[in-house]
Design a protein around this ligand. Structure first.
Ligand code: FRU
Length: 508
């Protein structure tokens, strides 16, 4: 039986979705049916479809009481909306149905596990927020919340841990048929730790152990954990709040990190070996993964960030979008990401430029905040739904350029730049001139130890975003773009002659 709150949300989204023309959304990145979207939730395969749920506030383009939106797809690129799956309509989730995950039960029913948020007045008169883990079981469209929710409450957590910051359950099934659930929590020192719970039926849970501890190394609280095995390694993804910068690896604010280590499945012991940022750009957070039927580990994140996502005026009919689905692998001990291979089926209108000269631009200044207008362009190399593969080499091997700039979403007034600085081992993205009217973060740099003189870059554009893959996916930089879609120029600038190979496709 769905509640009045859920019925109203479903009616609302059905009516207001119709007012959003398809051309005013991303073409192949999932955006909310209407209103606000944040984290991916319950990313899974159920029946013969991929399902993606998401943190959702249908009534406004800003965050509000969290619902779960719902969409399905056969290729992770073309999405069809289903009715909202969850609304904040029970005493234990009246202030929000926060992030979580999904799994198929033995009997074929679909189980969602999420965080119920409830504000309560405590003894001293203050209002405090309590978070618990709750389940809802359904058929892939309609879900019934479990009578005895919450199924994991704060009585189970270690002494002194936070009852307010206890959220984002990630569930998986082990080979022996038992279930595990990893939940983000704050230790008594205010720093994040991840708690592991176990269950035989996915409904009755016991605390097993503290799975990983932040100890104030990477931000404070860790949100939205995901854990999986990949190529014999354990991989932990999480999104820390309150990061301090470290070189160009981590930046201030909300971040995204990957810890690769050793995982002993018999004792559920994870031993950290290496840590890195997942995405070095501006907009990437709260990523979740699935294993596809053909065995690929695929990740999708929220293509926004908390420090800037409140800056828009809220008049837009939708806000927030998911990243491209990215296939994961481990290369040289690092997490490597590459656009899902299904994207290649969307390619059309191939344009190829071989060994083309980009002559040095006289007025390309050394300054970091330079404004570049125009530059070298090539016939047919333009567009806002584009898959562009680029290889850049110095024209004279003994005279490497200092800066090679690729400007996308460009016209006489606007442009967003991807800057290669090989001598410094830096790549930079800069959307200062993208049409943004807000004083938010517009630039970010990544340290990339380039391997040789030939630099390879793959850029995927989908109207309001760019995702840039360097070094075959070892480094990725993602940003959302406010630029009007009529700005579809792509220009190249360099301070020393360079030779490029370009293969460009439209994405249909
Ligand atoms: C991360 C997050 C989660 C929480 C959700 C609330 O972006 O803060 O920790 O469950 O968003 O919308």
């Amino acid at each position: 039986m769905s509640s009045q709150t859920l019925r109203e949300a479903r009616q609302y989204e059905e009516v207001y979705e119709k007012l959003i023309p398809a051309e005013e959304r991303p073409k192949f990145h999932l955006s909310p049916r209407v209103g606000w979207m944040n984290d991916p939730n319950g990313f899974c395969i159920y029946g013969d479809k991929y399902h993606m749920f998401y943190q959702y506030h249908p009534y406004d383009a800003h965050w509000g009481p969290m619902h779960w939106g719902h969409a399905i797809s056969s290729d992770l690129l073309h999405w069809e909306f289903l009715p909202a799956a969850l609304a904040p309509d029970e005493f234990y989730d009246k202030d929000g149905a926060f992030s979580g995950s999904a799994i198929t039960l033995e009997d074929g029913r679909h189980l969602l596990i999420y965080t119920g948020v409830m504000k309560r007045t405590v003894e001293n008169g203050q209002v405090k927020e309590f978070q618990t883990q709750c389940i809802a079981i359904g058929d892939g469209v309609d879900y019934e919340k479990y009578d005895a929710n919450p199924v994991i409450n704060s009585d189970l957590i270690p002494e002194g841990s936070s009852k307010t910051d206890f959220r984002d359950p990630k569930i998986w099934k082990k080979d022996d048929g038992s279930y595990r659930c990893l939940v983000a929590n704050r230790a008594p020192d205010g720093s994040g730790h991840l708690l592991l719970f176990k269950s035989d039926d996915c409904i009755h849970w016991d605390f097993e152990k503290i799975f990983a501890k932040n100890e104030r190394r990477y931000g404070l609280m860790w949100e939205c954990p995901d854990f999986f095995e990949l190529e014999g390694k354990g991989v932990l993804l999480t999104s820390p709040q309150d990061m301090l910068p470290e070189g160009f690896e981590f930046h201030n604010g909300n971040g995204n990190i990957c810890i690769i280590g050793d995982y002993d499945s018999a004792t559920d012991t994870f031993t950290e070996e290496k840590v890195q940022a997942v995405d070095y750009g501006i907009d990437f957070y709260a990523m979740q993964t699935i294993k596809t039927l053909d065995g690929r580990r695929v990740m999708i994140g929220w293509m926004q960030n908390w420090d800037t996502s409140g800056a828009h005026d809220g008049k837009e009919p939708w806000f927030g979008q998911m990243s491209l689905p990215r296939e994961l692998s481990i290369k040289d001990g690092r997490l490597c990401q590459w656009p899902i291979k299904e994207l290649e089926d969307m390619r059309s209108g191939k344009v190829e430029c071989k060994d083309a000269l980009v002559a040095a631009t006289q007025d390309l200044k050394a300054s970091d905040s330079e404004s570049i207008q125009g530059g070298v362009s090539f016939d047919g190399v333009k567009g806002r739904c584009v898959d562009l593969e680029l290889e850049v080499k110095p024209a004279n091997p003994d005279d490497m350029y200092d800066r090679f700039v690729i400007s996308i979403a460009a016209d006489e007034k606007y442009h967003t730049d991807i800057v290669l600085r090989p001598k410094e081992n830096i790549a930079k993205i800069d959307r200062k001139f993208s049409g943004s009217r807000r004083a938010i973060v517009h630039q970010r740099r990544a340290h990339i130890p380039w391997n040789g003189d030939s630099i390879k870059v793959r850029i995927v554009l989908d109207r309001y975003s760019m995702e840039v893959f360097f070094e075959d996916g070892l480094y990725v930089m993602t940003a959302s773009l406010p630029t009007d879609v009529s700005c579809d120029g792509i220009y190249f600038n360099t301070n020393k002659d360079a030779i490029v190979n370009i293969v460009k496709y439209d994405l249909q």
